[in-house]
Design a protein around this ligand. Structure first.
Ligand code: ADP
Length: 406
């Protein structure tokens, strides 16, 4: 089942998107609703809340008195922690149960409608994060006009939420809702048709996405956000089975033209660990099935550089995941090359010019990596000299923590 996180600031149109996705066939789990349900009358979490804070947080009809509870925990961090200690596990359990029920019922796409997804840094938990992006002034106007919210309340709520930039960094898909409701629906329908439905199908069949047959060069500043976001996702899927996950390759070098493929490198202790069923299952579930028949890099010395390769299933973004042993020559090479190109504009331009050169003729997908080899061979000495001169080391970057860009 494809697990989609949906978020957006208050008034962005998130609920409208969730509604449309449900019409298209997704199962939607509404985080606000779950948070209310776990403290409904008769729920164990409500009993625990009353035990901790007393009957003053109950209404005469036995339901939770939210404003009263709010007054108790407001400005009392200790009390707030106690409350969250009760409600968070209940929310988590219920969410997991709803997810299992959806999977059991054969749902292909589960959407978690989660206002605080970015604030709680939950992005790595999903296959895909969709953000509804609407300018603040438009949101304020809609909340005041449609929901009768006082303007100051709307602005105060927005100030307490993540800013739009943080939200966009967490997003795989940004839906722009500054237009008409109909335009929003059309974007959601296209997203469903072109990305969510085929992604879910790829997950079901264990297929990966391929880039087009004909190679073209792009330059997309978003790659600097995409790489760390996807690396964090793979790290989350593998946990301790990955020593670290790094964004490597040309898209990891700001300003370098590249084909639109995000390359990630998973550092493992030994390749035999990467062949274990739990490692393979974790990456399958996350949408990164193994690519059979690839077990080494093109040799750059006498020894073979062994690796494993996985490919991402998202039809909207081709991702290659190279699994290499930490500190092996191939692992070091990828990081050194990236860091050299990041730090040396002349080297970057030299490489870009070479790529443009080999792409003038009709270079096809399968020929392109081979065609780049002569440049790598020649550049390797320069990269090594640079590393020597600057006392470069692979460092701690990427040790699960998202990189900060460059
Ligand atoms: P959220 O769930 O993100 O807080 P909603 O989906 O409830 O936001 O949208 C906020 C308000 O704006 C709702 O009343 C909704 O009907 C309205 N709305 C949403 N999208 C548009 C749009 N494109 N044009 C006009 N009004 C909209």
């Amino acid at each position: 089942m494809l697990h989609v996180g949906l978020t957006g600031g208050i008034g962005s149109g998130k609920s409208s998107v969730a509604r449309r996705l449900a019409e298209l066939g997704a199962v939607v789990v509404d985080a606000d609703q779950v948070a209310r349900d776990v403290v409904a009358k008769g729920e164990p979490a409500l009993a625990a809340v009353v035990e901790r804070f007393g009957p003053r947080v109950l209404r005469p009809d036995g339901e939770l008195d939210r404003p009263a509870l709010g007054r108790v925990v407001f400005a009392d961090p200790e009390a707030l922690r106690a409350l969250e200690g009760i409600t968070h596990p209940a929310v988590w359990e219920r969410t997991a149960r709803l997810r299992e029920e959806a999977a059991g019922a054969g749902a292909a796409v589960l959407v978690h409608d989660m206002p605080l997804l970015v604030e709680k840094q939950m992005s790595p938990e999903y296959h895909l994060v969709v953000v509804v992006d609407t300018p603040v002034e438009t949101r304020v106007r809609r909340l005041v006009e449609h929901r009768g919210m006082p303007e100051e309340d709307a602005r105060a709520r927005m100030r307490s939420q993540a800013d739009d930039e943080a939200r966009r960094a967490a997003a795989d898909v940004v839906l722009d809702n500054d237009g008409t409701p109909q335009e929003l629906v059309e974007q959601v329908d296209r997203l469903w048709r072109e990305r969510l439905a085929p992604f879910a199908e790829n997950l079901r069949t264990g297929a990966r996405s391929r880039r087009p047959d004909h190679v073209t060069l792009d330059l997309d500043p978003d790659w600097q956000l995409d790489g760390p976001r996807l690396a964090a996702r793979v790290k989350h899927a593998l946990g301790d089975q990955a020593v670290r996950v790094d964004h490597i390759g040309s898209t990891a070098v700001p300003g370098l033209e590249a084909k639109d493929v995000i390359d990630l490198q998973v550092g493992v202790r030994t390749l035999s660990e990467a062949d274990r069923p739990d490692f393979l299952a974790a990456l399958d579930r996350a949408g990164y099935p193994r690519v059979q028949g690839v077990d080494r890099d093109r040799p750059k010395g006498s020894e073979p550089w062994l690796k494993r390769l996985h490919g991402g299933s998202d039809p909207g973004q081709v991702v290659h995941v190279h699994v290499r042993e930490v500190d092996s020559p191939g692992w070091v090479w990828a990081l050194r090359f990236r860091d050299w190109l990041r730090s040396d504009p002349a080297a970057r331009e030299d490489y870009a010019a070479f790529k443009r050169g080999i792409l003038t003729d009709e270079t096809r997908r399968e020929d392109y990596p081979q065609a780049k080899e002569p440049w790598f061979d020649e550049a390797d000495d320069r990269a090594r000299a640079w590393a020597e001169r600057t006392a470069w080391s692979p460092g701690e970057r990427g040790a699960g923590a998202p990189e900060t860009g460059s």
